[in-house]
Design a binder for this molecule. Structure first.
Ligand SMILES: [Fe+2]
Ligand SMILES: [Fe+2]
Length: 276
C-alpha cells in the first residue's frame, strides 16, 4: 500500500538527531542560567537540550491526548451541518499527526521515552472527567499559547538542529488556527454561560494551566542525566519563571478581555506565578 504524503514525510528523518546543535533553544531550557548550567560544558548543554526537547514532546503528546479527547466530545454532539464540524475533525487529524511526529522524534533521539509524572497523568485523567466544554477550550488555549512562545523562538533560530526546527515549524503553522478557533468559541460561548459555569471555569482554568506548566519541567530528565538537584534548580529558576509569564501574557490578556481573569481570580493566577 502506498502511503500518501503528509507532514510526517516532509521531515528529513535521515538526519541523525545528534548534538551538532541545540535542539530546544538554550534560553528555553529550564536549567538555563542556573549554577548547574554554568558548570556544564557546551557538549553537556547540547545533549541536555536534546533530552529536554524529547521530554517536551512527551508532555506535548500527553497534552494533545487530553485535547483530542475534548474535541471528540464536542464533535459527538455536533450535527454535520454545523460549520464547526469539519474544522474540529481536521484539528483532531492535525493533533494526531503532531503526536505521530513527536513520537518519531522521541524514538530517534536516543533519550528514554519520558512521560509526565504519574501525579500529572492522574491530574490529566481528572481533567478529562471533570472539565466542561468552556474549561476545555480555556485549557487548550492555555496549553497552546504556552507552547507557542518557545515554538516561535525555535522557528526564528537557524542555529538549532534542523530536524527539530522543521518539526516545530510544522507545529506552529497548524496551531495558529487551533488557537483562533478556541478564541472564537470562547468569545461566543462565555457571555452565554450560566453564573455557576462561569464561576467553575474561572477557578478551574488557572489550576489546569498550572498543571501544564508543571508538566514542562520533567524530573526524569535530571535523574537520567545524573544532574542531582537539577529538578529543584530548574523549577526554582527565576529565568524559567519569567519565560512562563512572558509566554502566558497574550493568553492572560485575552482572558482579561473576555472576563475569565478578573479581580476575583487574579490572586490565584499570581499565586501560581502564571502572571506577574
Ligand atoms: Fe498540536
Ligand atoms: Fe493544536
Amino acid at each position: 500500500m502506498t502511503r500518501r504524503t503528509d507532514a510526517f514525510d516532509t521531515v528529513d528523518w535521515s538526519v541523525p538527531l545528534d548534538d551538532r546543535a541545540f535542539h530546544l533553544p538554550p534560553r528555553f531550557c529550564p536549567l538555563y542560567g542556573t549554577p548547574l548550567w554554568e558548570q556544564m560544558t557546551e557538549a553537556d548543554r547540547r545533549a541536555y537540550s536534546r533530552h529536554e526537547a524529547s521530554a517536551q514532546f512527551a508532555y506535548g503528546m500527553w497534552f494533545e491526548n487530553i485535547l483530542v479527547n475534548a474535541l471528540m466530545r464536542h464533535l459527538y454532539h455536533l450535527p454535520a451541518t454545523d460549520p464547526r464540524h469539519r474544522f474540529l475533525l481536521r484539528e483532531v487529524a492535525e493533533e494526531a499527526r503532531h503526536c505521530e511526529i513527536f513520537g518519531e522524534y522521541i524514538r530517534r533521539s536516543g533519550t528514554p521515552p519520558y512521560l509526565p509524572s504519574l501525579w500529572l497523568r492522574l491530574q490529566g485523567g481528572f481533567m478529562k472527567l471533570t472539565a466542561t466544554r468552556a474549561t476545555f477550550y480555556l485549557s487548550i488555549l492555555g496549553g497552546e499559547s504556552f507552547l507557542d512562545h518557545v515554538n516561535r523562538a525555535t522557528v526564528r533560530d537557524a542555529s538549532l538542529h534542523p530536524t527539530y526546527r522543521r518539526i516545530i515549524e510544522l507545529h506552529v503553522a497548524e496551531e495558529e488556527e487551533h488557537r483562533a478557533f478556541a478564541k472564537d468559541y470562547l468569545r461566543d460561548a462565555w457571555p452565554k454561560l450560566a453564573f455557576l459555569s462561569k464561576f467553575w471555569a474561572k477557578f478551574y482554568a488557572p489550576l489546569i494551566v498550572y498543571t501544564i506548566v508543571q508538566a514542562s519541567v520533567c524530573e526524569e530528565v535530571y535523574l537520567k542525566l545524573g544532574l542531582s538537584d537539577g529538578y529543584r534548580q530548574a523549577w526554582e529558576n527565576p529565568r524559567r519563571r519569567e519565560r512562563v509569564t512572558e509566554a502566558l501574557s497574550p493568553y492572560a490578556a485575552f482572558l482579561t478581555e473576555i472576563g475569565v481573569l478578573d479581580w476575583m481570580t487574579r490572586p490565584l493566577w499570581r499565586a501560581f506565578r502564571l502572571i506577574p
